[in-house]
Design a protein around this ligand. Structure first.
Ligand SMILES: Cc1cc2nc3c(=O)[nH]c(=O)nc-3n(C[C@H](O)[C@H](O)[C@H](O)COP(=O)(O)OP(=O)(O)OC[C@H]3O[C@@H](n4cnc5c(N)ncnc54)[C@H](O)[C@@H]3O)c2cc1C
Length: 405
């Protein structure tokens, strides 16, 4: 046995797991290793919008990831019927993943985390006494493995777990700002009705230059994508008066969490995008960091008491605020998928912009202002009451076309 814990992947999920674990169980420092096939700084297609809740969580163990970033104060949502906007002050920041991940790695090393770069994991086998992990630098024998290797997770595949049905395609490119951009807001464009998703325009800082990261997110729900996200990004750019050759686009996928599916096997558990993140908006950095915190608590206990079947990893995770947040987002998926629900959502958001106070607060890791929450809830209930009879009447009319309304 060469170690207790091998974490595959040095992205935010893997490094957070290591950092939170060492802060709980410092004695593991010599028996914990993180491996990554990349050499850092490495690129990761990502718009880099990071809710302040993630920085707060890292700060709870004294970790600060100090990189150039753009502070964002609020959100703007564009619908066919209008625009909703809320600016409340410093809800998060936009980082460059190349810089953020490299700095997180530097901080992790400074705190005693052993990280080996350029080590690719190709497979693993489990038995009663441990796990043998095949890597590009030979086999490693460990007690447990954490799969933090992202959307294409080799660890997940080695466990024989399904790919999952909630995959999205995301395509992005950095461009100059136009007169319509507000450098303090995260802008989401829901006007393309055939996208199960949205277009985005996020302020970003590329080597000191203020630019805008623009992209398109489209969830495919386990069926082949109905639209070509690159074509949709071209249209998104054209609508802003921009022409960018698709050869500059960066394309990648996002795995949404399906909490009904397994997330572990004896001696192996999955975190971050290897397990699944937010399927609604494709947000995953803060989620990856939250996974790290929860997994560290879980692992510290299990390594101590020796119960390494990890049977209850999914249950333990699902009882945390991070999982509740993901469940709420999953429950909202039909509002993106079905036109009448989508219209109802747009209608509600436009009539109750204070609902965005709740969203921005949660993104920032703050308690939503009670007044906004109550007022949004009251409006939602009223809308539901007024919409429901209309929907029922329409359904009746469809069922009994001859009847008068
Ligand atoms: C275009 C795009 C835009 C996005 N924008 C946002 C956004 O604005 N905000 C947000 O919160 N989220 C966003 N996301 C999602 C976010 O990028 C991911 O959810 C997040 O990176 C997940 O973190 P992770 O640590 O789980 O995985 P990753 O960040 O993918 O890290 C996995 C690591 O594992 C390593 N690895 C992979 N395979 C192996 C192997 N076989 N052996 C060894 N190492 C391996 C990789 O090199 C990588 O370093 C976006 C995603 C996309 C595609």
């Amino acid at each position: 046995m060469t170690g207790d814990v091998l974490i595959v992947g040095a992205g935010p999920a893997g490094l957070s797991t290591a950092l939170f674990l060492l802060s709980r169980a410092p004695h593991l420092a010599d028996r914990l290793e993180v491996v990554d096939c990349a050499t850092f700084p490495r690129d990761k297609p990502c718009a880099g919008a990071l809710g302040a809740r993630a920085d707060k969580l890292l700060a709870s163990i004294g970790v600060r990831v100090d990189v150039p970033s753009v502070t964002v104060d609020g959100l703007r949502l564009d619908f066919l019927a209008g625009q909703a906007q809320r600016s409340v002050g410093a809800i998060g920041r936009v980082v460059r993943r190349k810089e953020f991940d490299a700095e997180l790695l530097r901080v992790a090393r400074a705190r005693g985390v052993r990280v080996s770069e350029g080590v690719r994991v190709t497979g693993l086998t489990r038995d009663d006494s441990g796990v043998t992990v095949e890597t590009s630098r030979g086999p490693r024998r460990v007690r447990v493995v954490v799969g933090a290797d992202g959307v294409g997770s080799v660890v997940r595949r080695a466990l024989g777990l399904p790919r999952g049905a909630l995959h999205a395609q995301a395509v992005e490119v950095d461009t100059e700002a136009t007169f319509d951009d507000d450098a303090s807001l995260l802008a989401f464009d829901f006007r393309a009705q055939d996208l199960v998703g949205y277009g985005w325009d996020f302020p970003t800082l590329v080597e000191g230059r203020p630019l805008v990261c623009r992209g398109v997110y489209d969830l495919d729900w386990g069926v082949p994508p109905r639209v070509d996200a690159a074509q949709r990004l071209t249209r998104h750019l054209e609508a802003r008066g921009l022409a960018v050759p698709p050869s500059r686009f960066k394309r990648y996928s996002v795995r949404g969490l399906e909490l009904q599916r397994p997330m572990s096997a004896p001696r192996v558990l999955l975190v971050g995008e290897a397990a699944g993140v937010d399927p609604l908006l494709g947000e995953g950095i803060a989620q990856a960091i939250a996974y790290g915190d929860v997994a560290a608590r879980y692992l510290a206990e299990r390594l101590d008491d020796g119960r390494l079947d990890f049977e209850d990893w999914r249950r333990s995770f699902s009882l945390t605020p991070a999982a509740v947040d993901l469940m709420v987002r999953s429950a909202a998926l039909p509002f993106l998928r079905h036109a009448p629900l989508r219209r109802a959502f747009e209608d509600f958001t436009l009539s109750a912009p204070e609902a965005l106070d709740v969203t921005t607060s949660l993104f920032a890791g703050l308690t939503p202002p009670a007044r906004s929450a109550v007022s949004a809830w009251a409006r939602l209930s009223t809308r539901a009451l007024t919409l429901a009879p209309r929907e029922v009447a329409a359904a009746l009319k469809r069922r009994f076309p001859g009847a008068s309304a």
